[in-house]
Ligand binder design. Structure first.
Ligand SMILES: *Cc1c(COP(=O)(O)O)cnc(C)c1O
Length: 463
């Protein structure tokens, strides 16, 4: 067993050598504002509250596990992004992070646009009233059906991802008597500073057409010739959970380089560039993400500088944050079922959910933090591993967590920053019933996605 050579660092090794555990936090009862949504605090009884509602009452009313989403926090983050980028840019929320009709309505009201990457996401967006011209369709293998629904609906842009798709979108639009606005997704060869599995801009990947070797330029050539397409710009998305803008700097430099080549070869200046999403959030208090204003200022400066150097007018900029908007707005509430102490090894604290409601720890070695929220405790910190109830030893919710040593069955634990890629990646593994999403605002709670039932499971099982 490797004790230190795990590629993601020693915190991820199977068993940490004695003396190499992370230090316990100064105050186990603290709910660090960096990882908890804006309205979370503890009441005078030590019970955590969100939107003015205490988690014990929420657990009684809605059950566990459940996701609790702070609407004020979500809207505040939308506004922060919108205001930071201003009227000359567009902020597309990446729907894959978490999408529901309520979310679509908030986005519509707050002036954001929306990225979808499947017919299901498109249907949700349209059903909840997002104007089609504010929707972008993504994906590396959009079906004919997805393309034609998007074209029929009149989406503002389709981000095309292959030579075949350029032709498919053009034909679909022509048949519909339309001219579809498209961007071409390119890979710029930038590897974002993050875990390898979620970096998406190596050249060796399924998304986009590489700038290097000329495929991106060839895609532009083909797109400009087709009557069904209006090529409006170039798209680049360099990765996920990124904490600094240096990767975007290189990406913008290369994308603007392509815009200059396009002008020189075809005499057209494309009016838009999209630098994608991937901006990081705090999963643990050690993470220190940038504020939207700082990101906007940096990205704008980069694009302006590159365009000035290339002698191009500054194109309209768009960005696509998903995680950075919804991630911090929700936590998952679990109940402890068992506490198993393995002498000399570690203590396993089992909760009533797991990899079916949060696959990210198993999939990416993602770090989360966790707190005892149904009470405070003065017990000593105990290094624990919070695990789920699934039939899989990799079913880990939080790998190395300090919990009070008196944690016991019936206690409620909450894992913050689970708004992104948890409910949206949830599964029915072991026939788990996917948890509800409950929105909390000003002392009221309402279900926006209800808990699955056994009837839901059996309805799909047609014998
Ligand atoms: C996933 C994705 C995003 C959003 O990524 P986050 O890490 O949630 O910000 C944005 N754009 C594209 C093209 C994506 O695939």
């Amino acid at each position: 067993m490797s004790r230190s050579a795990h590629p993601a660092g020693p915190r991820y090794a199977d068993v940490l050598p004695e003396g190499h555990y992370p230090a316990p936090p100064a105050d186990l009862n603290a709910l660090h504002p960096r990882v908890w949504s804006r309205t979370v605090s503890r009441n005078e009884d030590g019970v955590a509250t969100v939107g003015g509602l205490d988690v014990k009452r929420l657990a009684e009313e809605f059950g566990t596990p459940a996701y609790f989403l702070d609407e004020d926090d979500f809207r505040a983050r939308c506004r922060a992004w919108r205001e930071a980028f201003g009227p000359d840019a567009d902020v597309f929320y990446a729907g894959k992070a978490f999408l529901s009709r309520a979310v679509v309505r908030w986005l519509t009201e707050e002036g954001l646009n929306l990225d979808v990457c499947s017919a299901g996401e498109l249907a949700t967006a349209l059903d909840a009233g997002m104007p089609a011209e504010r929707i972008a369709l993504h994906g590396n293998n959009k079906s004919a059906e997805e393309i034609s629904r998007a074209v029929e609906a009149g989406v503002g842009r389709i981000v095309v991802d292959s030579f075949q798709e350029i032709v498919r979108v053009a034909h679909t639009a022509q048949r519909a008597g339309k001219r579809q606005r498209v961007q071409i997704r390119v890979t710029v060869g930038v590897e974002a500073h993050t875990h390898e599995f979620i970096a998406t801009a190596h050249e060796d990947q399924k998304f986009g057409l590489p700038l290097a070797g000329g495929q991106a330029a060839e895609a532009v050539r083909r797109a400009l010739k087709l009557d069904g397409l209006e090529l409006i710009g170039i798209h680049s998305h360099i990765g996920s959970q990124i904490f600094d803008t240096s990767g975007f700097e290189v990406a913008a430099h290369r994308v603007v380089g392509l815009l200059r080549e396009i002008r020189d070869e075809h005499g057209v200046e494309l009016p838009e560039i999209d630098l994608g999403g991937g901006l990081g959030i705090a999963y643990t208090p050690d993470d220190d993400p940038r504020e939207p204003q700082e990101i906007a200022t940096a990205l704008r400066a980069i694009v302006e500088r590159e365009c000035a150097a290339a002698g191009l007018a500054v194109p309209r900029l768009s960005v696509e944050p998903g995680r950075a908007i919804v991630g911090p707005t929700a936590f998952t509430l679990y109940e402890v079922g068992t506490v198993k102490e393995l002498p000399g090894l570690r203590t396993y604290v089992s909760v009533d959910g797991g990899m079916s409601d949060n696959i990210r720890t198993a999939l990416y070695d993602a770090d989360y933090s966790v707190a005892l929220v149904s009470r405070t405790s003065t017990a000593d910190p105990m290094l624990s591993r919070v695990v789920g109830k699934h039939c899989e030893s990799g079913d880990i919710v939080v790998r190395d967590a300090f919990l009070p040593a008196d944690v016991a069955p019936g206690d409620l634990l909450a894992v913050p920053a689970t708004g992104a890629y948890c409910r949206s990646m949830a599964s029915n593994y072991n026939h788990a019933l996917r948890p509800p999403v409950v929105v909390v605002k000003d002392g009221t709670a309402r279900v926006i996605v209800r808990r699955e039932t056994e009837e839901d499971l059996l309805r799909l099982d047609v014998g």
